[in-house]
Design a protein around this ligand. Structure first.
Ligand code: G3P
Ligand code: CA
Length: 239
């Protein structure tokens, strides 16, 4: 079971920052999950919310800032003074960082609330530029975005994010040519994991922060979990 650092390692460092990603990698995660939005001038940047309010020292929508304007903001101080001055990462910087690591990468396109024109093309272009296609999965709650990714490159793997208690979700995943389901963890059980696997679909529930639950999912043979607490879970399950 892969242990994927959800937004890096937000239990120990500011979410979706290079420093958080590096720390998560050093502490032994099998992969990273991060969120991508586009700036006013079309640069893919790594941030979960559509607005900068929660994670920076400023306010407003990512889409209303140019990349250079966003780089002036502080994305560390709202976490703790120890991380004061951290900058929002461009997706390209994360791919540069990963050059030295052989790690799984889950890029979530935040294309559900704001329809960022061209986000799929821009992200895939970067993943190809850094030769990271085989290690990457692109996920989204906007499944039209996932279809578009497949149109751009049939080689790019996708993960279908959802919250609902879907019946036989692998049928839907295969309908949209998606290799993985990424369900809210409440909505999976052994039958779903087995059904998905029998149909060639992998299962990565989100967000699993409880050690006992992680062990339960390991027993169910899920392919991986997204977690905010990778260190605690790695220690508990990899003994
Ligand atoms: O990929 C799973 C998870 O990241 C989806 O939810 O809101 O944390 O991006 P969210
Ligand atoms: Ca995410």
């Amino acid at each position: 079971m892969k242990i994927i650092g959800h937004r890096g390692i937000p239990s120990r460092a500011p979410e979706n920052t290079l420093e958080g990603f590096e720390l998560a990698l050093k502490l032994g995660v099998d992969g990273l999950e991060l969120d991508v939005q586009l700036t006013k001038d079309g640069v893919p940047v790594v941030i979960h919310d559509e607005q900068v309010n929660r994670t920076s020292n400023s306010h407003g929508y990512v889409k209303d800032y140019t990349y250079q304007e966003l780089r002036l903001l502080d994305f560390g101080c709202s976490f703790s003074s120890e991380f004061k001055g951290l900058k929002i990462p461009a997706l390209e910087e994360v791919l540069q960082l990963l050059h030295d690591y052989d790690t799984y990468l889950n890029l979530e396109l935040k294309s559900g609330i704001i329809r960022y024109e061209g986000i799929e093309e821009k992200v895939i272009e970067l993943v190809e530029k850094y030769d990271y296609v085989e290690k990457t999965v692109i996920s989204s709650f906007n499944h039209y975005s996932l279809l578009k990714c497949k149109e751009i490159s049939s080689k790019i793997r996708t993960g279908t994010l959802y919250f609902a208690g879907l019946v036989e979700p692998w049928i839907y995943a295969k309908r949209i040519d998606s290799e993985f389901i990424h369900p809210y963890y409440y909505n999976i059980n052994l039958d779903i994991v087995q059904g998905a696997h029998e149909n060639g679909v992998g299962v990565f529930p989100f967000v699993v922060n409880d050690v006992r639950l992680a062990k339960k999912f390991q027993e169910m043979n899920v392919d991986g979990i997204f977690t905010d607490n990778p260190v605690e879970i790695i220690e508990a399950i990899k003994v």
